[in-house]
Design a protein around this ligand. Structure first.
Ligand code: CS2
Length: 475
């Protein structure tokens, strides 16, 4: 079958680029570009993927068009997407000409920034190979620097690079690591960048689990043909971007993207409520025997636990314009309860050392600083302490991976005999905010929950969480 688009794909132009064409990008940003094309715009996207799987062949095989199936308990909608004009893998990407591109977005995951987690500092050890041969880069940071250097040498104009990953101040982080890398790789680039590159911060949101055989089968029934690029996602979507651009850009505000000068409040709300709850369920849910976020979010004990957790996370937030934190929290829980979205907890638990600092660590530190207890956050970090470095494959066939797994698992082995020592050793890691590293009461609360969860079965762990909820109600 041929996909039917309501616009002429041949009339689109490659003005935009995206680095990291995973399931998320295909289900999220591409939908906005496609909406623009449906409304008569001509912005198409050049996709670049530096890491496997190689998708260029699949993209070519189906003429560049694929489907997005959105589902929840109320029904399903399948739509074709035609705005991903080109797709380049690591082999062809370094030779790509970015001359016509004025706006580029990135979803390269939290660890893709080659930084020290919890900071905006480049970790030079992660770019050693790229710095040795900066014209054949392998990392996203090395790749962007090489594209900018070629742009500078060719006298081409300014460009906007918008990070869309779940890291705090993602535009600031991208600008900082890229400028540092550029200064080491190309003598004149960082000065040129200061005049010619804008790094808006942005917040993107849609739950898009990695595709499984089951979701691929549902997608293919819905779109009526084989589709190796298609994705299944929840219906909810949001994109908020800071009003900071260096060059021409798509009129995203015409298709529901919020362009604002107050990005931080949206970003914190999303990281701490939606992502915070996902990560909390990744740790506590696995301890209670769940494999996916739907199972955890519909477990009555864990659903009830979300209420005090979200309330304490909300206490650290400034409500963004047009939002309501209570409704946002309730909606977040409902989104995780979507029966059609099978999001393995092991997928969410992956790279926790790059996710938990902003999702759990920062709000916990802020609560402690104002004299509150942060007990729900200590429970999550206790769950992390007990499972970090496990790499078990029993949850939905997905393995947990984390760049710090080996070091953290070694700490776990060394301090496994004492909950206090383990809590102190893990909380002393530089990924956490200062306050968390030094607060004896938080370490004691974390140790308490490590003990409570350690020698227990999923059922008794649930019972301990239930007890915690009862005590809170009676307090
Ligand atoms: C998830 C996110 O795996 C994870 O880290 O928490 O991918 C989450 O589903 C998205 O941020 C939702 O927008």
């Amino acid at each position: 079958m041929m996909w039917e688009l309501s616009y002429n794909r041949a009339a689109l132009r490659s003005h935009a680029a995206h680095l990291g064409v995973g399931a998320f990008h295909r289900a999220h940003q591409q939908g906005y570009y496609d909406d623009l094309a449906c409304a008569g715009g001509d912005w198409g996207v050049v996709g670049v993927n530096l890491t496997p799987p190689d998708l260029a062949e699949r993209h070519a095989a189906q003429g560049g068009v694929y489907s997005v199936l959105t589902e929840d308990g109320d029904g399903a909608t399948c739509r074709p997407i035609g705005t991903l004009l080109e797709l380049h893998d690591a082999a062809s990407a370094p030779g790509l000409d970015w001359a016509g591109i004025s706006f580029a977005t990135l979803t390269i995951t939290e660890k893709g920034y080659c930084h020290h987690s919890g900071t905006t500092e480049l970790d030079p050890d992660k770019v050693v190979a790229d710095l040795a041969t900066p014209e054949t880069p392998r990392t996203a940071i090395g790749y962007l620097a090489w594209m900018l250097e070629r742009r500078r040498r060719a006298g081409q104009g300014p460009i906007t690079l918008a990070s869309c990953d779940n890291v705090p101040d993602n535009g600031v982080l991208l600008g900082a690591v890229l400028t540092d890398y550029a200064a080491r790789a190309f003598p004149e680039l960082s000065r040129w960048m200061a005049q010619n590159v804008a790094f808006p911060t942005s917040m993107v949101d849609r739950i898009v689990p990695a595709m499984s055989d089951a979701s691929r089968a549902r997608l293919e029934v819905a779109c009526g043909c084989a589709d190796t690029l298609g994705v299944v996602a929840e219906p909810f979507r949001q994109w908020v971007i800071e009003d900071r651009f260096a060059a021409s850009r798509p009129a995203l505000e015409h298709v529901g993207v919020q362009v604002t000068s107050d990005l931080a409040s949206y970003e914190h709300m999303k990281h701490r409520l939606l992502n915070g709850l996902q990560s909390a369920y990744a740790e506590l849910g696995r301890l209670c025997g769940h494999e996916g976020s739907h199972g955890a979010a519909t477990d009555p004990v864990l659903a009830a636990w979300a209420v005090p957790f979200l309330a304490s996370q909300s206490d650290t937030l400034t409500c963004p314009e047009g939002e309501d934190l209570e409704i946002y929290g309730r909606t977040s829980l409902r989104r995780l309860q979507n029966p059609t979205i099978h999001h393995p907890l092991n997928q969410i638990a992956s790279d926790a050392s790059f996710k938990l600092p902003q999702r759990i660590g920062a709000p916990a530190a802020e609560l402690l600083a104002r004299g509150a207890r942060a007990e729900a956050q200590a429970m999550v970090l206790a769950g992390w302490a007990l499972q970090v470095g496990d790499g078990q494959v029993d949850c939905g066939g997905v393995t947990v991976s984390d760049p710090m797994a080996t070091d953290l698992a070694a700490l776990r082995t060394r301090h496994g005999g004492s909950a206090e020592d383990l809590a102190r050793a893990l909380l002393a890691q530089p990924i956490w905010p200062e306050r968390l590293r030094t607060d004896p009461d938080f370490a004691a609360a974390t140790a308490h929950w490590i003990r409570a969860f350690a020698a227990a079965t999923p059922a008794t762990r649930r019972a301990r969480i239930e007890e915690f909820l009862r005590e809170r109600m009676n307090a």
